[in-house]
Design a protein around this ligand. Sequence first.
Ligand code: AHR
Length: 667
Amino acid sequence: MRISRTGRSLSAKLRTLACALALVAVPAAAQERFVTVQVDRPGAAVPDTLFGLFFEDINFGADGGLYPERVKNRSFEFPEPLMGWKQAAPGGAKGALQVYDRVGGSETPNSHYLRIRVDEPGKGFGLTNEGFRGVGVEGGKEYNFSVLARSAGTSPRSLRVEVVGADGRILGEARVSGFTPQWKRYAATLRATGTEAKARVNVLAEGAGALDVDLVSLFPKETWANRPNGLRPDLVKLLKEMNPGFLRFPGGCIVEGRTLENRYQWKTTVGAPEERRLIVNRWNTEFRHRPTPDYYQSFGLGYYEYFQLAEDIGAEPLPIMNCGMACQFNTAELAPLEDLEHFIQDALDLVEFANAPAGTKWGRVRAAMGHPKPFNLKLLGVGNEQWGPQYVERYKAFARVLKAKYPNVALVSSSGPSPDGKEFDYLWSQMRQLKADLVDEHYYKPPQWFRENVRRYDDYPRDGPRVFAGEYAAQSVGVARPENRNDWECALSEAAFVTGLERNADVVRMSSYAPLFGHVDAWQWTPNLIWFDNLRSYGTPNYYVQKLFSTNRGTRLLPVLLDGSPQNGRDGLYASASFDERAGEVILKLVNTEPARREVRVSLAGARGVGGGRSLTLSSSDLKAENSLDEPTHVSPVEATLDVSGSEFNYALAPNSLVVLRVKTMR
Ligand code: AHR
């Protein structure tokens, strides 16, 4: 990415320090503040899509994360075909390992396989897989082992799979046998006898002979919705509990690829997993300070699974298409305008895959994968974080064709990587002229920026394209700096900012924190919303901010005055409100970025029949507080009953807090 992402200047350090001090040193506000929710002046409907999710396969978010395959490089398709594997020969076994490639014009995307030749069987000859920074197993749980195999001449008697702990203990084993000269899938179930996050998997041929193997898989039986090839349940649960309005996928920069050849192409990610063509993940080489040579995309988690995930968690799917541009921070390769048809056809075919009846070409592919009913795609992104006239030309070409054929699919366009500046202004002016549907804005900024920009959208024109605040996260040190923390100061500053998004939900129709996932041992970028290792996961304070806003969205905006003024965010007090027509509740969000408790006098103007409610408080006196695998809910919401019976009441805001008040009222 940009140079500023890999180097941190002294002035940046000083700026960050100044921000931190600013938040800590503000004197306690003594006087009472007045918060008026104009219940009798309801505004725009709150879009269901206001708070959603940004998923990208970064930080081992897919392979090694949401996609819980335990074997890395299971098909020997990495450019170093034995990366992640090592020879294993317990008990004095002898033999040889040889990778073969079914070349010779074969179209197969999965051309490599491995021959295991056993000369002296010992306790089995074969290889061991290191997994994704280890192999996670839980005692008592079952794992499905499967392999494509054929005998090559004399067949070994059997193939043993075993999970081995760091101390050498066997934590479970299973066997398959009966090999023939034809390729066939063999499967067995392994029950783990112990729990370990960093075990390894041995695959050992027993008895002399030679065996060809491919697609060696160890997959947890327990997946989300118990689907074969399914997703990791704890991570999906965290997502679902956010009640997200949309799921953007597959990124992010991986849409673009470092080169156009390595861009994300959805058609290579559907169909049987063994037919999906592996490519390098562009984050493999992105940061010199976080090299990840073993980062590839197997596409076990592909477009079908993304659509299915969106459906499972109740989110609108939002796929982002490559628009003929490779990442402009890398090679910036362009597809010539006259060759753009192929890229546009991919977008048209994707809409057919998602929405057309099962009798159509791409609808048939979807149906064959198990989903005859359409996915009902309504949103589509054209390019990720592109900029310049090259982007505008390509966007126009896409929009012309897509709008003619699918006028009801709203298109998301780019405003580049920065939330202001020449490029940003240029793209916005172009998108206004083109009457674009939604413009995607990105801001990776210091926490202070979020507190200071809470009024960013107050004066945005209401008659042009709508805003998608598509990627944002407060950076405690600097953009994508490895020292960045998911601390309470960042989360609280984002909470303050989100009140501004919510107040302007008539123009800001969608928003999402980014990135979503980070593997604690394999990340490239930080901060991230959710962290995990091979067995456990947790939501950061930032996650709980997003969750509180999203699960308390309401259906109609209500104006809020602070001390009689519509200006949000004076002296560290921020607010937004909505009415939940289904629950009959006023929902008031208050953010206090002062390190002192502060009294507010709340008035629900025009509310009738006020009767009780509840509060949800997210706070910490320590701005550096974080959650962790061992303390996953250290900073998390606390619920209490709210004893109010009239339309006016006092409320004491905790220092450094986000509070959601839900008050029953007839309005
Ligand atoms: O969220 C990480 C990266 O930040 C995304 O891939 C990209 O769109 C942005 O630069």
